[in-house]
Write a protein of this length. Sequence first.
Length: 64
Amino acid sequence: MPLINLVVVLAVVGIVLWLVNNYIPMDGKIKNILNLVVVVGVVIWLLQVFGLVENLQTIRVGRG
């Protein structure tokens, strides 16, 4: 993935998260959970993009 695409995706995710935090009224606890889920998701995605984590699509939970 080219570096410019990576920067654009991170910027879009950041702007969308900022818009949600500022313009959608919700409880503070829910905002914190949403922020945590987005940050963890982006970190996992970045680790996959840079090849530091194997592809997580092959992991199966429970009976398959």
